[in-house]
Design a protein around this ligand. Structure first.
Ligand SMILES: *Cc1c(COP(=O)(O)O)cnc(C)c1O
Length: 371
């Protein structure tokens, strides 16, 4: 039997100015966290997202932590997070000593269920963290309205949704602070990296200080708060800047990948997709489908035997040992449980050819024809 070449779930595309910009860091000795690329990347990425200020950091997880600390979160406060997300969202809350409160997602959009969110607000609630999961924006108008009514902060977790729009406005521009990840498998990457965006000058200044050991600006070795070393290096920012130059093309090509998958798979009555809503410009992070739960793991194995790398959807947070203590007795997680048993992500990256997508779809259709 002929073994065809392996198709990974994800890989970065670095064929623009990445090498040129990184080489200039090396040639000029600016390889640490000072240098021209940092502020250029911060300014250009903030502008791209329709925000005033950007603070580049070492990864998306610390972006969330920095945002929470800047908003003054700590013990006794509650933070609402969706049950279905990558663990970084809840871990950042736990680092601050605050208590995460898990809310189920909606089966159609895979995003936090706005009605249940309303019911989870208590006197202790300080922050809501909506996550634009798999590139589909949350209902930001409802969430922001709720936050205003109850005097809550909102932090958007945009790690999977660079460039997405909700009702004509970029995700990341709705909330007090928004957090992005530039990990290697995200829509644009700096290897490891992240950024906090805000329109609030005070929060910007706070995050700037906290990112750099709490150092008072303009004074050497004077630290008036306990800060962190969450800085991004100039080399990472150099890669980020080169990636940002290509973001429109990235988004278009990822949309095209999704369309081709849909064309090949939509005739299959066993397969379902994330349901975009009117007025929303979703982006394709990892193209993810739902199949009957009895087939999900078998299908991943079948794909793997044909040298195609597919991933199961996230495991709901409430199911994992470190987080079971945050489940309130009344909460139910029907939708996140179902999605997590049915979802799988298919190879999605720039450079994936229509032929490769056809090969993946053929294997999936072959699986369902056999059973
Ligand atoms: C990737 C991701 C993060 C964390 O980003 P890192 O850069 O890996 O720390 C946070 N939230 C979500 C939803 C993510 O997908």
């Amino acid at each position: 039997m002929k073994i065809e070449k392996k198709i990974p779930t994800s890989q970065p595309y670095l064929k623009g100015n990445e090498l040129k910009y990184v080489s200039s860091c090396v040639k000029n000795n600016w390889i640490s966290s000072q240098g021209e690329f940092i502020s250029q990347f911060e300014n250009k990425f903030a502008k791209y997202c329709g925000c005033k200020y950007g603070v580049a950091v070492s990864n998306g997880t610390v972006a969330l932590h920095l945002a929470l600390v800047a908003l003054g979160l700590g013990r006794g406060d509650e933070v609402i997070v969706p049950d279905l997300t990558f663990v970084a969202t809840i871990n950042a809350v736990i680092y601050t000593g605050a208590t995460p409160v898990l809310v189920d997602v909606d089966y159609k959009t895979w995003n936090i269920n706005a009605e249940l969110l309303q019911g989870a607000i208590t006197k202790r609630t300080k922050v809501i963290i909506p996550v634009h999961l798999y590139g589909l924006p949350c209902k930001m108008d409802e969430i922001m309205k709720m936050a205003k009514q109850h005097h809550l902060f909102v932090i958007e977790d945009c790690a999977e949704a660079h460039g997405a729009k909700y009702k004509g406005k970029m995700v990341g521009s709705f909330s007090d602070i928004s957090c992005f990840s530039f990990f290697g498998n995200k829509i644009m990457t700096t290897g490891e990296g992240g950024m906090c965006l805000t329109n609030n000058e005070d929060l910007y200044k706070k995050m700037h200080i906290l990112r750099d050991h709490g150092k008072t600006p303009g004074k050497q070795y004077l630290h008036e708060v306990v800060g962190f070393n969450y800085r991004m290096t100039n080399m990472q920012a150099a890669v980020g800047l080169a990636q940002l130059e290509k973001i429109d093309r990235f988004l278009k090509e990822r949309d095209k990948i999704a369309k081709v998958y849909e064309r090949f798979l939509s005739k299959n009555p066993q397969i379902f997709f994330q349901a975009p809503r009117p007025g929303v410009r979703n982006v394709t992070w990892l193209f993810t489908i739902l199949v009957p739960k009895s087939h999900r793991n078998k299908l991943i194995d079948f794909l793997s035997k044909k040298n195609i790398d597919a991933r199961p959807m996230f495991i709901p947070l409430h199911q994992m040992p470190p987080y079971t203590k945050y489940i309130s007795p009344a909460s139910k997680f029907n939708d996140s449980n179902k999605l997590s048993e049915e979802g799988l992500s298919l190879p999605t990256f720039i450079g994936l050819k229509a032929n490769d997508i056809k090969r993946v779809a053929d294997v999936i259709n072959e699986y369902f024809n056999k059973i």
